[in-house]
Design a protein around this ligand. Structure first.
Ligand SMILES: N[C@@H](CCC(=O)N[C@@H](CS)C(=O)NCC(=O)O)C(=O)O
Length: 270
């Protein structure tokens, strides 16, 4: 994959609030995070690092160009890739759980202490990756003019995506929340947050999502508001105009990322 790869013509660095966060994490640290400023999987890890105030060094790389610095650590050539005590780790959910375990004295704790609750949280973190993200991308990349596709088909894929958000919402604690487990933010919230704060792409490119006025949407709305207002989320968000060309290619289904290709083949997250 060379520099003529369309997804390689990315805006080169974070902007807005995220630029400040990057500059605050630019000095040498033994914990290094190879990142793409635009990447929601990277944002998951950044949220955990910031929530727990773990010192780290932010290193910007373009994963579509697969530089040797990235490939030598992660044969998959994806971000996020972490370097911990000179050893590499990758896969965003694995890294997030690793950070929770490797920094036991850093608060807040992001996984419940009770083993059952912990496992329950993992079911729903897995649901985000295995169900919500693929449904997000099927709806975003759907082309009404595509072979065998139609307006009705588009309505169906959007409806399937909304039904996944609904299932997730109905799994939340029935208390007023606002977070998945209640008052305190947890790993499950941080695992979904990057896609939740990118839902505007459906308004911008795809005519919006119809959530309907049912009861569950109140709980979802309260969760979303709390997530959007979270300092760590704001601090890891760049200016919207720079996400636009990236999401334009997903909306037109011309993106060539591993995720875009997997979605076209009906597969899950790479
Ligand atoms: N399963 C991986 C997915 C990571 C991923 O897809 N990252 C994207 C950027 S958002 C990437 O590195 N893409 C490079 C490519 O598609 O070639 C994780 O959870 O960390």
């Amino acid at each position: 994959m060379g520099s003529n790869h369309p997804d390689s013509q990315l805006y080169p660095h974070a902007t807005g609030a995220a630029a400040k966060m990057v500059s605050e994490h630019s000095s040498e640290q033994s914990l290094k995070l190879y990142s793409g400023w635009f990447c929601p999987f990277v944002q998951r890890v950044l949220l955990v690092l910031l929530e727990k105030s773990i010192p780290f060094q932010y290193i910007e790389v373009n994963p579509y160009l697969k530089p040797a610095s990235l490939l030598s650590l992660n044969p998959r050539g994806l971000v996020p890739t972490l370097q911990y005590a000179n050893k590499p780790l990758y896969e965003s959910t694995v890294i997030c759980e690793f950070l929770e375990e490797a920094y036991p004295s850093s608060s807040p704790k992001l996984l419940p202490q009770d083993p059952y609750e912990r496992a329950y949280g993992r079911i729903w973190s897995d649901f985000v990756t295995s169900r919500i993200i693929p449904a997000f991308h099927r709806a975003l990349q759907y082309q009404v003019t595509g072979e065998g596709n139609s307006e009705a088909g588009f309505g169906e894929v959007k409806g399937e995506f909304v039904s996944k958000i609904r299932e997730f919402t109905e799994a939340m604690s029935s208390s007023s929340g606002p977070f998945f487990f209640g008052e305190e933010i947890s790993m499950v919230d941080l695992i979904l947050a990057p896609w939740a704060v990118r839902l505007w792409v459906f308004e911008h490119f795809k005519g919006g999502l119809e959530l309907g006025g049912e009861k569950w949407t109140e709980r979802w709305g309260a969760w979303l508001k709390a997530v959007e207002e979270r300092e760590s989320v704001k601090a890891t968000t760049s200016e919207r105009e720079h996400y636009l060309p990236i999401y334009q290619r997903y909306a037109d289904d011309t993106a060539q990322s591993e995720l875009a290709k997997a979605t076209r083949k009906g597969r899950g997250v790479p």
